[in-house]
Design a protein around this ligand. Structure first.
Ligand SMILES: NC(=O)c1ccc[n+]([C@@H]2O[C@H](COP(=O)([O-])OP(=O)(O)OC[C@H]3O[C@@H](n4cnc5c(N)ncnc54)[C@H](O)[C@@H]3O)[C@@H](O)[C@H]2O)c1
Length: 254
């Protein structure tokens, strides 16, 4: 069976959101057989995801973690290795956005959005790499956005676009460093996905307006993104690194 993740251990950040991409990724990885550690600032949400993951017949662990606090990330890594023995897959999914124009943006806005999206990707990747290097195997999948490539235009501000673009460049640079160790670093760049990140899932009428110029004529679903993550997280994707997959219904092609 292709893309089988049985025996693999994955950490998914930001996987506590009920209708979020992270939860869908955690469930999809579990369906492929991986044990999954769910981390989120929202512990209740993480526990819900972990219970759903466990119902797929794999092991799961819910941990509270703010992905911009190094000591909290270190605790997640420690607990994961103590429980499962290793870390094979990291999905840097946690993220926030903010609809604000540059002239109205404060320095604190910039720092918060850039840190939660981009600095977290650096901190979490750095934290898992020693274990992956020791095992000569690893898959890191980072969550970028179509905003990285076309300069926002949907909802997020310029800080969000900058952070999501930085994630792509960081991944390319890191992939050169760790590819000889059997570790790949890739990204997904989703278009608009129906989740709560913009403050609630849009109603049908709004979705229609938002998707009128998307070739596939619909918003993405968390599962559209999760399927691409499962592929990049698989053993079979081992010759793909420093790349990104656009999951955007054709709204941006490059
Ligand atoms: N929904 C979209 O249209 C879309 C499009 C492109 C990219 N993305 C990216 O996909 C990822 C998931 O987004 P989503 O739409 O599922 O959002 P969401 O708001 O539903 O979920 C985000 C999760 O991240 C968690 N989180 C936020 N800050 C955190 C922190 N500091 N530490 C730990 N957890 C934290 C939240 O608690 C939440 O559970 C994000 O990186 C987002 O930028 C989303």
């Amino acid at each position: 069976m292709l893309f089988n993740l049985k025996g693999r251990t994955a950490i998914v950040t930001g996987a506590g959101s009920k209708r979020g991409i992270g939860r869908s990724i955690a469930l999809a990885l579990a369906e492929q057989g991986a044990d999954v550690v769910i981390c989120d600032m929202n512990l209740e949400g993480a526990k819900e995801t972990a219970a759903e993951v466990a119902s797929k017949g794999v092991k799961s662990l819910a941990l509270q973690c703010n992905v911009i606090v190094e000591s909290e990330i270190a605790a997640v890594v420690k607990q994961t290795v103590e429980t499962f023995g290793k870390i094979d897959i990291l999905v840097n999914n946690a993220g926030i956005t903010q609809p604000v124009k540059v002239l109205d943006m404060t320095e604190a806005d910039w720092d918060r959005v850039v840190d939660v999206n981009m600095k977290s990707t650096f901190l979490c990747s750095k934290a898992v790499l020693p274990n992956m290097i020791a095992n000569k195997y690893g898959r890191i999948v980072n969550m970028s956005s179509v905003s990285a490539k076309r300069g926002g235009g949907v909802f997020g501000g310029a800080h969000y676009s900058a952070a999501k673009s930085g994630i792509l460049a960081f991944g390319k640079a890191l992939s050169r460093e760790v590819a000889p160790e059997g570790i790949t670093i890739n990204a997904i760049a989703p278009g608009i996905v129906a989740t709560d990140i913009r403050g609630g899932v849009e109603d049908e009428e709004t979705q229609k307006k938002m998707t009128s110029d998307i070739p596939c004529r619909r918003m993405g679903t968390p599962l559209d993104v999760a399927a691409a993550v499962c592929f990049l997280a698989s053993t079979e994707a081992g010759y793909i690194t420093g790349e990104e997959i656009d999951v955007n219904g054709g709204s941006h092609m490059d």
